[in-house]
Design a protein. Structure first.
Length: 250
């Protein structure tokens, strides 16, 4: 069994023929570098040459994925242990626009066709059930460039806390779509809580880029954030506002 060299996966990468799948593969490899509780190893067999397994500290492999020419197959190999709350239908609700199948042994297969699929699956698998991070949610626990002002350099696999703070400083804590305010509804418990949404989906950005927190980010409530991501490409804030308005007429 050989440890997968993160910087040298030419055989996997050259085998994949679809450019979107290549970007999804790069995202998974980059994310896997940062996992504190897992290591990944290639485990080729006679029939499957490009097979990668995630191993936890106990030496078990609850997850794996296979690189095909036009998709990646991500396996939840022990869902009764790792995801006992979910069956096939509930997974499809949690992971919309992703092909999901379950075999007779209970194993789930999730087909990845683009980087948005990869972000959703990785975020779901390696986050707690009640703390699901949207693919472009800006959180407060990542370091940032010192001396950054209104424009901050970020990588498409990173989230930046200064960007979040500057967005909220300008736009406030009201949802930009429905105007919901958590502090007004929940008092002290809801104070300071809001998601921050990239107007440009990170899935469409394949390199380091400059964001302007005032122009590129907006505060949104989790419900509206989920609805913005129900379509691919993502809905604009104006489009979602129009949907809400039309659904409430009459």
């Amino acid at each position: 069994m050989s440890k997968l060299p993160f910087e040298q996966y030419d055989d996997f990468f050259s085998y994949i023929s679809d450019e979107q799948v290549k970007e999804a593969f790069k995202y998974i490899i980059q994310h896997s570098k940062k996992l504190p509780n897992y290591t990944i190893h290639s485990r080729p067999t006679t029939f499957i040459k490009r097979n990668v397994h995630y191993y936890n500290k106990e030496g078990n492999s609850p997850y794996s994925f296979i690189a095909n020419k036009k998709s990646l197959l991500f396996y939840l190999r022990q869902p009764r242990i790792t995801h006992p709350k979910f069956d096939c239908e509930s997974l499809k609700i949690k992971l919309p626009n992703i092909e999901i199948k379950q075999n007779n042994g209970g194993e789930f297969t999730l087909r990845i066709r683009n980087i948005d699929n990869a972000k959703r699956i990785i975020s779901f698998v390696f986050s707690s059930y009640d703390d699901f991070l949207f693919p472009d949610e800006v959180t407060e626990d990542i370091s940032y460039l010192e001396g950054a002002t209104t424009q901050i350099t970020v990588n498409n696999y990173e989230r930046n806390s200064i960007a979040r703070s500057k967005c909220i400083e300008k736009h406030g804590y009201d949802c930009s779509v429905c105007n919901f305010n958590f502090e007004q509804k929940y008092g002290e418990l809801g104070k300071g809580f809001i998601h921050v949404h990239h107007l440009r989906a990170l899935a469409s950005i394949q390199k380091e880029y400059q964001i302007d927190p005032i122009k590129d980010l907006r505060p949104v409530c989790p419900n509206c954030h989920a609805m913005l991501h129900r379509k691919n490409p993502i809905l604009s804030i104006e489009e979602l506002k129009a949907i809400i308005e039309s659904s409430s007429v009459g």
